[in-house]
Design a protein around this ligand. Structure first.
Ligand code: NAD
Length: 480
């Protein structure tokens, strides 16, 4: 049994009230560990430790803070195999995916901000003979970082690394559904010699430990990734205290496939963008709009390649589809499959729970599922499902495709498939999406702004945006 502890003031400790939650392996449905069910008293202790560590940490030269981060990145890379196993067991994702995506990216997050922060320069504005304005960026203080279960270590470190880099101290909470790699990260921070209290990792539920982080007046900024409803609740609590907020929320992302595209590339990548991580990536494209002249050809090839997907034990070679993260989430996704049928959709593939044998007999597996014949306005095409369920819809004109793409409350990402350069730019600029890919998907450059429009969030992460978020700008005007 994995006995997870909180990382508080440099040490691994039990929650003060001594309460624990079960940690379930979604591939087997079995309890395999215990997670601290921390509360406001644990958060208060973490905050006190962070506040005590803050003066020394923020006073360190950026290069020295960066060196700690690079050391942590090296340790994550050293332990890649162990961390990938832990991520796969906690989340249900194929081990092969955790090896090439989750864990390498977590290391890159630390390395990127650790090596980047020395280049984060102050700005100066000279008014010749009159005044010199210079802008200093102070760390905002102690910040809260709260992350979801779909890319556990990847998204957790995407927040923590820039906060630490600029000199903030952190109280962080990973999802209670996938806490294991955050726990291993705390061990690596101790090994790296990160000063006590600089980073504190408190485990527990959203309404418990999470809410306590959001409510605590000592937390000056909150970086949150999770569902839109949770983001709304969080904003209601934090806004009256004038906390800085970065909210990365849900999505219902469109793929626009034009008739002039490279069809083979569009199909191959659309399979990935539909079903990678069992469709549980906020950037997955769940609404695929295909221009009518190639609709039937796209559909046939998409279904042919879909049949090559293998639902299986996440640890087995060759598995492309692991387990969904929990029984509750599996039931939510199944309810949308039933809704798609009620709304008049035609099931083209999948639609059923998968019963595996052996150690995975009780796991939460689902066939990758495709519907057609659903209007862009129906609930299945408007609401986030966050599972391996996509719809195919033909369109005639660019105007229709754009109107349907923009018709949801969300605006996270979109993908365009076309060989027409003019169209690619024209359509991209009219899409209500913070992240647009042309002829590719999930191609990331950590320097670029990342985040959503409309109900997909507020603010941007990544590169300078993240460093700015965790700092407070102060302008000093000197008369010359
Ligand atoms: P969630 O909102 O249920 O939980 C996210 C985190 O918030 C968890 O750590 C949870 O414990 C915590 N939380 C819940 N209630 C809280 C409260 N009252 N106060 C403070 N913290 C609270 O989301 P989830 O189910 O873990 O993740 C799936 C969602 O995340 C999907 O909607 C997905 O689109 C979204 N997501 C968005 C992005 C992005 O970059 N925009 C990335 C990944 C996932």
């Amino acid at each position: 049994m994995l006995g997870i502890r909180n990382y508080l003031n440099g040490r691994l400790v039990a929650p003060l009230a001594g309460r624990y939650l079960d940690n379930i392996d979604p591939a087997t449905g079995q309890v395999y560990g215990q997670i601290p069910d921390s509360d406001a008293s644990d958060v208060a202790a973490a905050l006190a430790a962070a506040e005590a560590a803050l003066p020394a940490w923020r006073a360190l030269p950026a290069e020295e803070r960066g060196r700690y981060l690079v050391k942590i990145a090296d340790l994550i890379n050293r332990d890649l195999e162990r961390l990938a196993h832990a991520e796969s067991q906690d989340n249900g994702k194929p081990l092969s995916l955790a090896r090439v995506m989750d864990i390498p990216r977590a290391a890159s997050n630390f390395a990127f901000f650790g090596t980047g922060v020395p280049h984060f320069a102050s700005e100066a504005h000279l008014q010749e003979g009159l005044a010199l304005n210079y802008t200093v960026r102070h760390p905002v203080g102690v910040v809260g970082c709260i992350s979801p279960w779909n890319l556990p270590l990847y998204l957790f470190t995407w927040k923590i690394a820039p906060a630490l880099a600029v000199g903030c101290c952190v109280v962080a909470k990973p999802s209670e559904i996938t806490p294991a790699t955050a726990y291993y990260l705390s061990e690596l921070c101790i090994e790296a010699g990160l000063p006590a209290g600089v980073l504190n990792i408190i485990h527990g539920t959203g309404p418990g430990a999470g809410q306590a982080i959001v409510e605590h007046p000592g937390i000056k900024a909150i970086s949150f990734t999770g569902g839109t409803a949770t983001g709304q609740h969080l904003a209601r609590t934090a806004a009256p205290m004038f906390k800085k907020l970065s909210l990365e929320l849900g999505g219902k992302n469109p793929n626009l496939v034009f008739a002039d595209c490279d069809l083979a590339a569009a199909v191959k990548t659309s399979i990935r963008s539909s079903f990678a991580n069992q469709g549980q990536i906020c950037l997955c494209g769940s609404r695929i709009f295909v221009q009518r002249p190639i609709y039937e050809e796209f559909k046939a090839e998409f279904l042919r390649q879909l049949a090559e997907q293998k639902v299986g034990d996440p640890l087995a070679e060759g598995t492309t589809q692991g387990a969904l993260v929990s029984e509750a989430h599996l039931n939510k996704v199944l309810s949308y499959i039933r809704l798609a049928e009620e709304e008049g959709g035609t099931l083209l593939a999948g639609g059923e729970r998968v019963q595996l044998e052996g150690r995975c007999a009780q796991g939460y597996f689902l066939q990758p599922t495709v519907f057609e014949g659903l209007g862009p306005e129906c609930r299945v095409n408007q609401e986030e499902i966050f599972g391996p369920v996509v719809t195919l819809t033909p369109f005639d004109t660019e105007e229709d495709a754009l109107a349907w793409a923009n018709s949801t409350v969300y605006g996270l990402s979109a993908t365009i498939w076309t060989r027409d350069l003019d169209r690619a730019h024209r359509v991209a600029h009219q899409l209500h999406a913070g992240v647009v890919w042309v002829n590719t998907w999930l191609h990331r450059d950590l320097r670029t702004p990342f985040g959503g429009m409309k109900s997909s969030g507020v603010g941007r992460e990544g590169g300078l945006e993240a460093l700015r978020f965790f700092t407070e700008a102060q302008n000093v005007c000197v008369k010359l």
